[in-house]
Every structure is written in structure tokens, then in C-alpha cells.
Design a protein around this ligand. Structure first.
Ligand SMILES: O=P(O)(O)OC[C@H]1O[C@H](OP(=O)(O)OP(=O)(O)O)[C@H](O)[C@@H]1O
Ligand SMILES: O=c1cc[nH]c(=O)[nH]1
Ligand SMILES: [Mg+2]
Length: 225
């Protein structure tokens, strides 16, 4: 298993995840390579969730030559992936390679960057659209957003995801880059969630951007600036 417990979060430690994150951190990595990098990170993280958190069962299988025993992953039909628009879209594309039959939810969430952070280090979050599947107690729920900065977006998203739904078997908050503030905020407000990230960065700047981070993930993936 290449998921390492860091106390406040679990790290995806697969070498290709670190390699890919380094590539997309680079200011010279342009839109297409940036977006492909997020897709790749989503796929690797999905495989790591399967390897680290899902069980296998023995099944008998008939090859062209003989009957033998193999293993299959349990619960692949009981996966829910929540796409936090906009930056999570390529990340989710990668996750879907690991979980092609996942139920999918979409939440459109944006930070009000003009309003800025309040004294508690939170942004006002605008939610424009919410469409979620029914969640069951058997489900593994993965809420994906490549950036976990102040945690304001994720906490607002999780309010919707957990509202009037049963507790799933597992609830993962998956990000590529996290700031300590965001991990602490989400961890405090949603102790039932497992926080999974490729990197925990140093700090947030005065505008709420992760340092060193990778800049504005949405703008870089969608070429809006
Ligand atoms: O932890 P937080 O401080 O809430 O910041 C993280 C959020 O900020 C970014 O979204 P943004 O509001 O820029 O929207 P976008 O994805 O449409 O660019 C990012 O994709 C996260 O959703
Ligand atoms: O560093 C950050 C913080 C929030 N959203 C981003 O895209 N990047
Ligand atoms: Mg953005």
C-alpha cells in the first residue's frame, strides 16, 4: 500500500504521483500537460484507494486451460465520486479510469476571492449547482478537488454531501495539494472523513493561495487567465 499516514492526512506516496505533481507545479507546464497531469493524478489516487482501502475476495475463474482461483476487488459498484467544479473535472476523469462504474455527483462551488478571507481564514463560498446520487451505507464516497487551501470549499461541499444521507462505509476527501489550514479545518468539522492528498504544502499566502502550490488549478486547466 502506498498510502502513508501523516496524522492529519494520508499521503499518496506512489512515485509516479510525486513525479506528476512536480510536473504540474512547474509554471512552464501549459494547459494540455497540466490537465493531463491532473487526469493522471486522479487515476493513480484511484488505484491507491483500491489498494489501500478496498478488500479483495477469492473467486474461481476458468481460463482457456484450467479452472483456478483468482482475486477480485469488492465494492467497485458501490463507489460515489463527487466532482467539485471546476478544477476537479480532469481529476475526476482520472478517477473514473479506476472506478468506471462509479455513481457521480457534481457540486459547483467557487470561492469569493474579491471578498477575501475573513479573520478565521475562511472564504465565502458560492454554490451554484448540486446534483448528488443517493449514498448508501455500503458506499465508498470520494469527494475530489485538486486543491484544499483554506478548506472553505470542501467544508461547504461536505455539508451538502452529508446532509440527510446515511454515513457511507468510507468517506475520502481527495486532493492533489493541501495546505495545513485546510486539512485541519476539514478534519475538525468532518472527523469521519479520511483526508487523502499527494502533498501537504507549507502555508497559504495572504490571498489564500497554497505556497508553493501550483497556482490557480481551475485557470490553468481551463485556460481562463
Ligand atoms: O480550500 P479553499 O480555500 O476553499 O480553496 C480551494 C478551492 O479553490 C479552487 O476553486 P475556485 O474557487 O478557484 O473555483 P474553480 O475551481 O472554478 O477555479 C479549488 O479548485 C478549490 O475548489
Ligand atoms: O492555491 C490555490 C488555492 C485555491 N485554489 C487554487 O486553485 N489554488
Ligand atoms: Mg480557481
Amino acid at each position: 500500500m502506498a498510502i502513508e499516514d501523516r496524522g492529519e492526512a494520508y499521503l499518496v506516496t506512489h512515485a509516479l504521483a510525486k513525479h506528476t505533481l512536480t510536473k504540474i507545479r512547474d509554471v512552464n507546464t501549459a494547459q494540455v500537460a497540466f490537465r493531463k497531469g491532473l487526469v493522471k493524478l486522479g487515476r493513480i489516487a484511484g488505484y491507491e484507494i483500491i489498494d489501500g482501502a478496498m478488500e479483495t475476495e477469492y473467486v474461481s475463474v476458468e481460463t482457456p486451460l484450467a479452472e483456478t482461483t483468482g482475486e477480485q476487488v469488492r465494492g467497485l459498484d458501490d463507489v460515489v465520486i463527487i466532482n467539485v467544479l471546476r478544477a476537479a473535472t480532469p481529476f475526476v476523469e482520472g478517477l473514473l479510469k479506476a472506478f468506471p462504474r462509479a455513481k457521480q455527483g457534481v457540486i459547483s462551488a467557487g470561492r469569493d476571492e474579491e471578498a477575501g478571507m475573513n479573520d478565521d481564514g475562511e472564504f465565502p463560498i458560492t454554490i451554484d449547482y448540486v446534483k448528488l446520487p443517493e449514498i448508501t451505507e455500503d458506499d465508498t464516497v470520494i469527494v475530489a478537488d485538486p486543491m484544499l487551501a483554506t478548506g472553505s470549499t470542501m467544508c461547504t461541499v461536505l455539508d451538502h454531501v452529508t446532509d440527510e444521507q446515511p454515513d457511507p462505509e468510507d468517506l475520502f476527501v481527495l486532493s492533489a495539494v493541501s495546505a495545513p489550514d485546510g486539512l485541519l479545518r476539514v478534519g475538525e468539522q468532518f472527523p469521519q472523513a479520511d483526508l487523502l492528498t499527494v502533498a501537504i504544502d507549507d502555508h497559504l499566502d495572504d490571498d489564500g493561495f497554497i505556497v508553493p502550490g501550483l497556482g490557480d488549478a481551475g485557470d490553468r486547466a481551463f485556460r481562463t487567465k
